[in-house]
Design a protein around this ligand. Sequence first.
Ligand code: ATR
Length: 280
Amino acid sequence: MAEAPLKAFVCGHPVAHSRSPLIHGHWLALHGIDGIYERRDVAPHDLAGFLAGLAGAGYAGGNVTVPHKQAAAALVARRDAAAEAIGAVNTLWFEDGALVGGNTDAYGFAAHLDAEAPAWRAARRATVLGAGGAASAIVHALAEAGIAEIRVVNRTAARAAALAARFGEHVGGHGWPALDGLLADSDLLVNTSSLGMTGQPPLAIDLAPLPAAAIVADIVYAPLETALLAAARGRGLVAVDGLGMLLHQAVPGFERWFGVRPTVDAALRDLVVADLEALR
Ligand code: ATR
């Protein structure tokens, strides 16, 4: 009898916008793997039941996206170190029959910067805009890279302070008015806020105070070239878009479920860019 195909999923609510099926479908075809990666729209009140039924439904694991990342962290049997630090789970797999939750967002961010702007690892001071779930993953990545001073700047200063407090003394929280002063000695600036995303207000900040060797990264990838990145390039700074993080964060999950470590290459990037453009 033929073996059943390996199965994985992305669960969210809504989930129609997720690019994960396109990414994993590309790798499944490329590697000739008899596998399935599907979208599952799961309402918040159904999440616990959905996760409890994964093994019975034949899933090797899957991805968790908005709004379930924090809730999933509380529902798994155990978490990897990144999920523990970030307080959110985006990747699920089984170990000895137990459901494990990991977080590959920080890995994805770091892997993309390693490819596009390797000098980021020498940064001494980094400034992070935003204090939501995405900021938590980015701060974890920066802390893991050993960046000595990380400043979280947010519209709601109390949220920045709360995030900073979770990470210890090398991370500080600030309100927007502090931004200009902080930019002046920032080696790295990362936008994790939703500003600049299609349908959201633009991120209108003056990059003039940034040092000439600063790196600017945006985790927004729709549009791919945000006003922030365009302004950074206009100033001659290294600018890193948000799409690479999305592509790289998918690598560890694919390897766990399907047994092959895939690579992020130009063909995959072109595929996702074309999909984003088709929606514009
Ligand atoms: P995620 O989990 O994806 O990071 P989130 O928790 O909703 O999403 O966080 C969105 C971030 O964008 C927050 O830092 C938010 O600032 P507040 O904490 O003050 O809400 C920021 N953000 C969203 N809209 C904004 C706006 N119009 N001006 C400034 N910051 C904004």
